[in-house]
Design a protein around this ligand. Structure first.
Ligand code: ADP
Length: 709
């Protein structure tokens, strides 16, 4: 799919552009055609006007000529029948001068011919009989002339050959005043009127013709030319008694391309316009191409900015945000519109650091350069969460080389921080593991080394007891006499103390063995232990410490509780550990409030049903200061401690022991104060428990130890 077809908006705008261009071209063409046509029309009108003016002039010339002729005729001398020469000579001269006149007659009142002169330039127009046929028209004309007392013209039906052309004749009857009524009858040839009276320039430019009122051409002057007749003008020539129409025709040979300057100008301008249009079109194409390339470049830049994970922000020199990219919006949770509309206020600055950031902005606006490698800061998202960012700022320089603001890139470095934190934690874990390994080594060594002295302590204690036993009868015998070493009551107490020493030495031996096994990850012995036995074993030790710190200690373990299947020594250690922690936690509270509760109960059946026999829950509750959240986070981390002399291994060890039994260790706040630590341990199978119960199976108690994987 190409880019054009991919964008419907673009193709529709291209169509619109083409339509506009088409409309422009059509309009310009229409304008040009109209201009040329109007120029032609104007030119034609001008020529028509001229021909009409010329026609008027020609008619005026002819009328003037005729009037002049009438005056010349009136100026002829009076005719004297006895002495006719002067009249005849003058009339002959007049005929020579005015060649349109063919003949002058003088007639009396009865229309009798008295004298006649023919033009000696031409053959005589009439022979006598011909002339007499004309008499009636002439007579009618003369009668009109008599009543009008002026010249009257009349046409004659005759056509005679004059200058090789058959010509229509025109008669003029001019009454002459005086005593005896006479008339001058003058014969004109219409063709000759045109020949003689039309001025040279008109005669050259036009075909000139006379026609009757009914349109019949009666005389013509000019050359018959080829081509189309283009302009003509007709104008009436009213002679007294006779009306004619004068017609002027102008001819044009081949149609001229540029009939005149105006049309030429219009055409030249039209060509100029078309050329300009072509250049404009080319320019437009170039612009379109540039526009297209620019749009592509912009789209590319936008795609680049949108795909960046780096946040970008531009600020003007007043500190107003003018641009942000989508990555930045995503980072801070505000939309671009919100950020730009906020102006100089910055919604993603933490409130408590606003002043510090504002100072930083001011120093930037005053032109102080930021560090090239960037600096770290903290921003607040719209949802209120904070995150660390790396900020790199640079001046924004425009094409003219002047600074218009600041461009800033932001990198969200929370992930980086998280990774750093993780690697630090794992480093710490590694160190802890290394320390644990060392402790393991030490524990093995100690267990090995301490076994000997502990065994020695036990046997010395036992030896001392035996010696005490042996000594007592001797002291009591009469032979022994005088001095019993100790009174019997003290002796009993010493014996008891020695028993305790032997027991504890043995216990220490067992602990060391258990720890040794634990560290070596040997298979441990699981035995069936009644819960109360567990409590009984540790209570003396707990009470010893409880007395010291003033804690009241309670044990809540119903007698009917089933037995457990566990590593007795380690579970005792767990209980001891939790109890010790609990007592230490009550350091800060008043003596009256210090209470320690050891409790055992059946775990609700929903919990840890994986074990068919069910579970027992043991808990250690104190009324101490509780555990703050920051301690709670690291509670089970090895070596984490809040105590000066603490090791920080107790709880993690407890959890490991419990989990090795398949149980789980949990803790929570105690009401109204302190903490509860509870853990579950598996119950012994009924058969094994019965076998181990001394009340039921008597002797088998010690043999019930079971090995578990
Ligand atoms: P140690 O006792 O050596 O400090 P532990 O792993 O047993 O190591 O305990 C870790 C920390 O847990 C203690 O330092 C103490 O701050 C806290 N802690 C454990 N038990 C309690 C308790 N019952 N009440 C308050 N804090 C406790």
């Amino acid at each position: 799919m190409n880019a054009a077809s991919g964008r419907p908006g673009e193709s529709s705008s291209a169509t619109r552009r083409w339509v506009l261009w088409g409309a422009l071209v059509v309009l310009v063409a229409a304008l040009l055609v109209t201009l040329v046509w109007l120029a032609g029309r104007y030119e034609a009108g001008r020529l028509q006007d001229r021909i009409e003016r010329d026609a008027v002039e020609v008619v005026a010339d002819i009328r003037g000529g005729m009037t002049r002729n009438v005056q010349s005729l009136q100026a002829l001398p009076r005719f004297d029948p006895q002495h006719s020469d002067p009249w005849t000579l003058r009339a002959g001269a007049l005929l020579r001068a005015r060649r349109e006149m063919l003949r002058i007659e003088l007639r009396d009142a009865r229309m009798q011919l008295q004298a006649a002169v023919d033009s000696d330039l031409r053959a005589a127009v009439f022979d006598a009989p011909q002339r007499e046929q004309l008499a009636s028209e002439v007579e009618a004309a003369c009668q009109q002339a008599r009543s009008a007392r002026g010249p009257i013209y009349a046409t004659s039906p005759f056509r005679v050959a004059v200058n090789g052309q058959r010509q229509q004749l025109l008669e003029l009857c001019l009454p002459l005043g005086g005593a005896g009524e006479t008339y001058l009858v003058v014969t004109y040839a219409l063709g000759e009127i045109l020949n003689e009276m039309v001025a040279e320039p008109f005669a050259r430019a036009y075909d000139v013709a006379f026609s009757d009122l009914d349109g019949t051409r009666v005389a013509f002057h000019g050359v018959t030319r080829s081509g189309n007749r283009t302009f003509s003008a007709q104008i009436g020539l009213d002679l007294p008694g006779y009306a004619l129409v004068l017609r002027l025709d102008s001819w044009r040979g081949t149609p001229a391309l540029f009939p005149n300057f105006l049309t030429a100008m219009v055409v030249a301008m039209a060509i100029g316009l078309v050329v300009v249009l072509v250049f404009l079109g080319r320019d437009m194409r170039r612009r379109l191409r540039a526009e297209h390339e620019l749009a592509e470049a912009l789209a590319f830049r936008k795609a680049m900015e949108d795909s960046l994970v780096t946040g970008l922000r531009a600020r003007d020199l007043d500190g107003r945000t003018t641009y942000v990219n989508p990555a930045f919006c995503q980072m801070v949770g505000f939309s671009a519109q919100e950020l730009i509309q906020a102006g100089t206020a910055v919604p993603y600055w933490p409130a408590e650091q606003y002043d510090e950031y504002q100072e930083r902005l001011q120093s930037r606006l005053q032109g102080r350069q930021p560090p090239r490698e960037g600096f770290e800061s903290v921003f607040v998202r719209k949802d209120g969460s904070r995150f660390p960012v790396l900020i790199i700022e640079a001046p924004l320089i425009n094409a003219q080389g002047t600074q218009t603001g600041w461009m800033t890139a932001f990198l969200d470095i929370s992930e980086q921080r998280r990774i750093e934190e993780m690697s630090r934690a794992s480093r710490e874990r590694l160190q802890a593991t290394a320390r644990l390994a060392t402790i393991g080594e030490m524990a093995s060594l100690l267990s090995h080394e301490l076994n000997q002295p502990l065994a020695a302590i036990a046997s010395y204690a036992n030896g001392s007891i035996n010696m005490l036993h042996n000594a007592l009868p001797a002291a009591a015998s009469p032979r022994g006499g005088d001095a019993a070493v100790l009174p019997p009551e003290e002796t009993r107490l010493v014996e008891e103390g020695l028993h305790h020493i032997a027991d504890q030495a043995q216990r220490a031996g067992k602990i060391i063995k258990s720890v040794h096994d634990f560290v070596r990850r040997r298979e441990r012995l699981r035995e069936v232990v009644p819960v109360r036995d567990l409590f009984d074993a540790i209570l003396p030790l707990i009470e010893l410490q409880a007395r010291k710190v003033g804690v009241r200690c309670h044990v809540r373990a119903p007698h009917d509780l089933p037995s457990l299947l566990c590593d007795r020594t380690m579970v005792e250690q767990v209980l001891l550990n939790l109890a010790r922690n609990a007592m230490q936690a009550m350091d800060q509270v008043s003596h009256a409030q210090r209470q320690l509760v050891l409790q055992a109960r059946r775990a609700p059946s929903s919990e840890r049903t994986a074990h068919a026999q069910g579970w027992l829950e043991l808990s250690v509750t104190d009324t101490g200061t509780g555990i703050p959240p920051e301690v709670s986070e690291k509670l089970f981390t090895p070596f984490f401690t809040t105590k000066d002399e603490g090791m920080g291994l107790g709880l993690s060890l407890c959890r490991t022991v419990v989990e090795q039994h398949g149980g789980f260790l949990a803790y929570g706040p105690n009401q109204p104060q302190g903490m509860v630590f509870r853990f579950t341990l598996p119950l012994a199978p009924v058969s094994a428990a019965a076998a181990a119960d001394p009340g039921v199976a008597g002797e088998a108690a010690g043999a019930a130890a079971l090995a578990t994987p």
